[in-house]
Design a protein around this ligand. Structure first.
Ligand code: COA
Length: 703
């Protein structure tokens, strides 16, 4: 696909099919953009009713063009698309950009037309972007192709932007111009029936002129393929993504905590975290980050120094940096001494370094040079509240001069100054990002540090454990055969045991006498639970008794459970006698099958408050060993597993292994819809984990 996309991004000749004689038409704008932006290849307007358009010779059909045509931009109404695309195929056109709307986005008739279009494209082996798109741009010097109908021309740069919304694409390009961010490639995907977003990411991965990839995503076509590709690409160049809309999460699960906690956006979040895509919340943020990513080197660490000419913005920037997870650098005594000696006595030589209001370019230069030489500093944020008494361009020059002599990350904020200010232009054209407010600069620095850490992080390995797949299959087939979708408790435990999970000793009994006999075998203390198909969360029914220490207690608890249930009109036929495992911490581990994203593994600290606290992390399968470890470390209450106030650390490596075993199990059996292991007790490091309770549900189709 990557080769075929060359015809779309770097065609030597373009036919505009449906080029209109009328200025107000979309196709006229496309042709106009191609000409005004200075497309380096040949252009052939196609219109059966015109001999020339925009002073260029027009042809009635693409078949009449005397030369080869690499790419065609289709701008005829939907009803006319199929015949013109057929002609393109006959002509040997290699790439198509179909701007025309009126396909699957308008309903079943459009979808039918779209399928026919796709068949034609495949029949002739063409590559097609669209339909229903804004077009494509390549600013490369020897191509200079603006094949869109956007009202403003792009500026050249090293950011490539792929959007699922054409209209938003226009807004974004306008914003890019305003903040001085230049584009390498732009592509509006439209309905993406042939060239997909994933194909384009792979193309941009190899494009030497693209340094940063920006995505605007409304929905994922194939999230699993995206993870695979993005994992690789983000190790080479950053991907910044703005994702709107809610995921098409499956119908909300009913039986498990896992299902209840799988909000509509967790799939996207999990996916981005796993493959190193940086998610942003707005178009502004997308470009704030893109500017820094494209202009500056990534910081080696999170230690930032601030140099400012006003105290207030310095403090605000400090707060913002810390909130975004950065650290204020501790300057070395040598740097502080130097600054004290050379700055006015009213200035502050500690970070944030306040040069005070009359600071000129020379004072900025002196301070910045000293600070970025300091080994304790990874990045610098230069803030300027535009001065009344000194020249702001001179300050801007001092900042970019220092940046050019250093390999440390330098960003700036000329408070209130944007595109039209001389300081902004001075900085950005010399590769120093400049922001309206210091908070934006702080956010950009933090994102760069995050990406740098991502570049250095170990991705780990996909491990395959030796499991008893046959026994697992047998259980699943039996449940299906009986027309059930829910596994009985003992079946759920057995399924987990087949995948290597350690389970607390458990027996099922049907009478009090049998319970007593079993208790002797397992040993006190014990847990007694009633089993009834209507009870999902047993505690809520008073059907569980913990820490039973002797036969007397067992008998009396047995009787109380029976009478509590009978007061609710329930009669339990079976009971579980279980070893009372103590000393571990309660975690929850589970899986929820999302219609779009597939199996999503959940992990968190468990117990009865799990749904209230929602301190859980989600990941998509398959998971590497490092994914599993990072997943555990990402929950807020992770320090509890490390041990607080002298506690021994929990067996986190064992938890990580079980997450992978669970991942393997649900990858092996795609008809498992939900797994909820809660509580899953984790003991001290080296002592493993034990399943106390588990619920497993198969997809309804499975039954
Ligand atoms: N081959 C070539 N040209 C043809 C043709 C053919 N078989 N049949 C007709 N034409 C010419 C027409 O004569 C017309 O030229 P003219 O204005 O000089 O007469 C030109 O093609 C355009 O056709 P027209 O019928 O005027 O269509 P239009 O310009 O009003 O609309 C689209 C065409 C594609 C713009 C419109 O159908 C559409 O899809 N609009 C939405 C686009 C959109 O929003 N895309 C998604 C963005 S995110």
């Amino acid at each position: 696909m990557t080769d075929r996309l060359e015809y779309i991004f770097s065609p030597k000749s373009i036919a505009i099919i449906g080029a209109s004689r009328s200025r107000r038409k979309v196709s006229w704008e496309v042709l106009d953009n191609l000409l005004v932006y200075g497309y380096q290849g040949r252009v052939y307007p196609i219109n059966p009713a015109a001999s020339s358009i925009h002073s260029i010779r027009a042809y009635p059909s693409v078949l009449d063009v005397p030369d080869e045509v690499d790419m065609a931009i289709v701008v005829v109404p939907a009803s006319k698309v199929l015949p013109v695309v057929e002609e393109c195929g006959e002509k040997g056109v290699k790439g198509l950009v179909v701007i025309t709307a009126g396909f699957s986005e308008v309903g079943p008739a459009g979808a039918e037309l779209e399928r026919a279009l796709h068949s034609l494209v495949k029949k002739y082996g063409m590559a097609m972007v669209g339909p229903n798109c804004m077009g494509v741009i390549n600013t490369q010097d020897d191509v200079r192709m603006d094949a869109t109908f956007a009202p403003m021309l792009p500026i050249e740069g090293d950011i490539s932007f792929m959007t699922q919304s054409g209209a938003l694409g226009v807004a974004v390009m306008e914003h890019a111009r305003n903040v001085g961010v230049g584009l390498a490639k732009f592509v509006s995907l439209g309905n993406a029936i042939d060239v997909s977003g994933n194909d384009l990411i792979e193309y941009l991965e190899e494009d030497p002129l693209t340094r940063v990839i920006l995505l605007y995503i409304e929905s994922f076509g194939d999230p699993r393929a995206f993870v695979k590709i993005a994992r690789r690409v983000t190790k080479v160049k950053p991907i910044l993504a703005l994702k709107s809309g809610r995921t098409e999460a499956g119908a909300r699960a009913t039986i498990s905590h896992t299902g209840a906690m799988a909000g509509p956006d967790v799939g996207t979040q999990a996916l981005f975290e796993q493959c190193g895509v940086l998610r942003v919340g707005s178009i502004q943020e997308l470009f704030d980050l893109a500017m820094a990513f494209s202009l500056q080197p990534f910081p080696a660490g999170r230690r930032v120094a601030i140099v400012t000419n006003a105290g207030g913005p310095g403090i605000m920037a400090t707060d913002a940096l810390v909130a975004f997870g950065m650290e204020m650098a501790q300057l070395s005594p040598k740097t502080t001494a130097y600054l004290k000696e050379n700055l006015p006595k009213e200035a502050s030589a500690n970070n944030p370094i306040d040069l005070i209001a009359d600071a000129d370019g020379a004072r900025y230069r002196l301070a910045i040079e000293a600070v970025i030489r300091d080994e304790n500093v990874d990045a610098l944020l230069a803030i300027t509240v535009p001065p009344v008494v000194t020249d702001e361009v001179e300050i801007a020059q001092a900042i970019w001069n220092c940046a050019q002599d250093s390999d440390k990350t330098i960003v700036s904020s000329f408070v209130t100054r944007t595109k039209d200010s001389p300081a902004f232009n001075e900085l950005v054209t010399h590769r120093v990002p400049s922001y309206l407010f210091p908070e934006s600069a702080a956010r950009a620095l933090a994102a760069m540090a995050t990406y740098k850490e991502y570049l250095e992080r170990q991705e780990g390995e996909f491990q395959a454990f030796d499991v008893d797949r046959d026994s697992a299959l047998e259980i699943i087939l039996r449940v299906k055969k009986e027309g059930r979708s829910r596994l009985h408790e003992m079946e759920a435990l057995a399924l987990l045991r087949a995948y290597g999970f350690d389970i607390v000793r458990t027996r099922v009994v049907s009478s009090r006498d049998e319970a007593e006999a079993t208790a002797e075998e397992i040993g006190y203390p014990l847990v007694l639970k009633a089993v009834h198909p209507e009870m999902i969360h047993k505690t809520e029914y008073g059907a569980v008794a913990l820490d039973i220490r002797n036969p007397e207690e067992l008998r009396s608890q047995f009787d109380s459970i029976v009478s509590r249930l009978s007061s609710k009109g329930l009669k339990a036929e079976q009971f579980m006698v279980q070893e009372y495992a103590r000393g571990g911490k309660e975690t929850i581990m589970g899986m929820n099958l999302d219609r779009k994203f597939g199996p999503m593994i959940v992990f968190g600290l468990g117990g009865i408050y799990v749904e209230v606290l929602r301190d859980v992390a989600f990941r998509l399968t398959p998971m590497t060993n490092m994914d599993a470890l990072r997943m555990i470390e990402s929950v807020r209450s992770y320090p509890i597993l490390e041990g607080v106030r002298g506690e021994a650390p929990s067996d986190v490596p064992a938890l990580a292994e079980y997450l992978q075993r669970l991942s393997q199990m649900v990858e092996d059996f795609h008809d498992i819809k939900e797994v909820d292991i809660n509580p899953f007790l984790v003991f001290e490091r080296g002592r493993g984990c034990k399943v106390v309770d588990a619920r497993i549900l198969l997809t309804p189709e499975a039954s």
